[in-house]
Design a protein around this ligand. Structure first.
Ligand SMILES: O=P(O)(O)OC[C@@H](O)[C@@H](O)c1c[nH]c2ccccc12
Length: 260
């Protein structure tokens, strides 16, 4: 079983249990459900830097990245640094995150927030909205073409932006859907965790211009970003490179300054 299969199986069970505690119709009554969302895609289109900074305590590939810093300090630091969006891991079992992290991030910053989660059920899209997300992630490797279509449609009907993550051409081909705002190329292979920036470059030409192109994972220097821009990328998702330092906000600030 690959790690991705393990995570999806776990998620399906997790969702079934959660639905028992808080049914969807209750999620719809959460105050944040009525919040006006902010578009990450729009923010990236008009940005000259395009950094989406991620809060990530740990990961299956690297175990602990940073469990000492406080979420509100990290995300407010990111916002001050000039990030155009914040990504918050909400999975607890593999990444040490939670929906409380999402809530707290929503309270702390005013830039768009991405719920970083392995979405396998529409319930998690309602949950994202109820806990303050502006954007959701859909991972092509976890979902069928039909699910991608249904889930992206649901997200848009809730006024959430959709970032669809792909890792190869086959996944990309099933992802070019009308309700998708952004296509993210994950440079990390979720099956073996190997990172290769060439993945973004190779797939870039196959992504139509109406999608905002985002390069995800393994980005640790500004030169890489300058290079990726020539391939049409407008968004860059960075986690570990910031989170592994003592002060992720300060690290992001120095990084973004070099991009201006
Ligand atoms: O920490 P990195 O290498 O900068 O990567 C960030 C982000 O791209 C990565 O966390 C990620 C990309 N896709 C995901 C899907 C689920 C969980 C995590 C991810």
């Amino acid at each position: 079983m690959t790690i991705l299969e393990k995570i999806t199986a776990y998620k399906l069970k997790e969702v079934a249990a959660k639905r028992e505690t808080i049914p969807t119709r209750l999620l719809e009554k959460f105050p944040l459900f009525a919040k006006e969302t902010k578009s990450l895609a729009e923010a990236l289109r008009i940005s000259t830097t395009g950094i989406i900074a991620e809060h990530k305590r740990r990961s299956p590939s690297k175990s602990v990245i940073n469990d000492k810093v406080l979420l509100h300090e990290v995300v407010s630091g990111y916002e001050l640094a000039g990030a155009k969006g914040i990504s918050v891991l909400t999975d607890s079992n593999f990444f040490g995150g939670s929906l409380d992290d999402l809530l707290l991030a929503e309270k702390t910053v005013s830039i768009p927030i991405l719920r970083k989660e392995f979405i396998v059920d529409p319930y998690q899209i309602y949950e994202a909205k109820a806990f303050g997300a502006d954007t959701i992630l859909l991972i092509a490797a976890c979902l069928s073409a039909e699910e991608l279509k249904q889930f992206s449609h649901l997200a848009k009907s809730l006024r959430l932006d959709v970032l669809l993550e792909v890792h190869n051409l086959e996944e990309l081909q099933k992802s070019l859907l009308p309700n998708v705002d952004m296509i993210g190329v994950n440079n990390r292979n979720l099956k073996n965790f190997k990172v290769n920036i060439e993945t973004s470059k190779k797939l870039s030409a196959e992504i139509p211009h109406d999608f905002v192109k985002i390069s995800e994972s393994g980005i640790s220097d500004v030169e890489t970003i300058k290079d990726l821009r020539t391939y049409g990328f407008e968004g860059f998702l960075i986690g570990e490179n910031f989170m592994k330092t003592e002060n992720p906000g300060e690290t992001a600030k120095a990084f973004i300054e070099k991009l201006r």
